[in-house]
Design a protein around this ligand. Structure first.
Ligand code: ZN
Length: 318
């Protein structure tokens, strides 16, 4: 399932409104097929993996991050039907499909065809890999990641505004990878004015993955830029974004506005081993009146060194 979740990540940010599913077909201990939802949402992961596996899919074990779809669409057959036709021995799935057109019917159809089904395997991995789709389904908005790159004392710039660079090259490369995994990025007005031309994906081979760009501003901020920008007048306007994974890149104003609105699901905290003292804080007022309310909101999901910096990833408890 970890391999299927890794395959699912390949489609992340490119399959909306379809889920970025990953699928692995294993026959007699060997991988016979790999699939992930293709850009634009078709073919589905299972269809791609079945195509690769060919005859080897019969009697095989199929690992899939989401319940195979049970609804036919004009764009292709239902994956539950494709699977039922080739008769794998077993389908191992992480999550049930929250789409009401499937929601258990995919599993039922497979069982009805004599295929053993195991549900609920490695659900955390699958939830992370498909966070955008699942958040859109559950909350009607994209999954939101906030990136903070700070000193040990939580500062993002000197009082003069000098901010390049606080974190090291490894952290900045990782942040670019995160940008490629999002289908939309957002910055505040100040960051936009200072950095607009730089906010794209500058990793070899990933240039095409540059996400749609948004500025949090009351009205259209007309600053010359090589690429197209859109603007959002409030954090709550993200419900209308044509994206499932939104990355907030800064600055402190945009970060605070989204935190105050309770609209951040994941924090990427890159911390450099430097002290700044007097300087600009990474966030401002987030509407907290009691310290007790600050507790219990965030859970550490991952932590690692990037060069001399430390990256911590926190997830919002809901
Ligand atoms: Zn499908």
């Amino acid at each position: 399932m970890a391999a299927a979740a890794a395959l699912s990540e390949r489609g992340r940010g490119r399959t909306a409104p379809n889920p970025n599913v990953g699928c692995l077909i294993v026959r007699e201990g060997r991988v016979a097929g790999r699939g992930w939802t293709q850009p634009g949402g078709r073919p589905h992961a299972e269809a791609m993996a079945l195509e690769q596996a060919g005859d080897a899919a019969g009697g095989a074990t199929v690992y899939v991050t989401l319940e195979p779809c049970a609804h036919e669409s004009p764009r292709g057959p239902a994956c539950a039907d494709l699977l039922a036709a080739v008769k794998p021995a077993r389908v191992v799935a992480a999550l049930i499909d929250p789409d009401p057109r499937t929601a258990g019917r995919g599993f039922a159809r497979l069982r009805g065809a004599g295929v053993a089904v195991t549900e609920g395997v490695s659900t955390d991995l699958a939830r992370r890999a498909m966070a955008g789709f699942l958040t859109r389904r559950a909350l009607g908005r994209p999954h939101v990641t906030l990136k903070l790159a700070t000193s040990l004392d939580g500062k993002i710039a000197l009082p003069s505004g000098e901010s390049k660079w606080i974190t090291g090259p490894e952290s900045r490369a990782h942040a670019h990878l995160e940008r490629a995994r999002a289908d939309a990025i957002l910055v505040g007005r100040g960051t936009f004015k200072a950095d607009a031309p730089r906010l794209d994906v500058r990793l070899a081979g990933l240039e095409e993955r540059s996400p749609a760009r948004f500025v949090l501003a009351a009205k259209n901020p007309s600053v010359p830029s090589e690429r197209e920008w859109n603007w959002l007048d409030s954090p709550h306007a993200i419900t209308s974004l044509p994206a499932d994974h939104l990355l907030i890149e800064g600055g402190a104003g945009a970060a605070s506005a989204f935190l105050a609105a309770g609209l951040v699901d994941r924090l990427l905290l890159y911390r450099a081993p430097i002290l700044i003292g007097e300087g600009r804080a990474c966030i401002g007022d987030i509407g907290l009146s009691r310290l007790a309310d600050a507790h219990g909101r965030w859970v550490l999901a991952d932590s690692r060194m990037l060069g001399t910096d430390r990256l911590e990833i926190y997830e919002r408890k809901r």
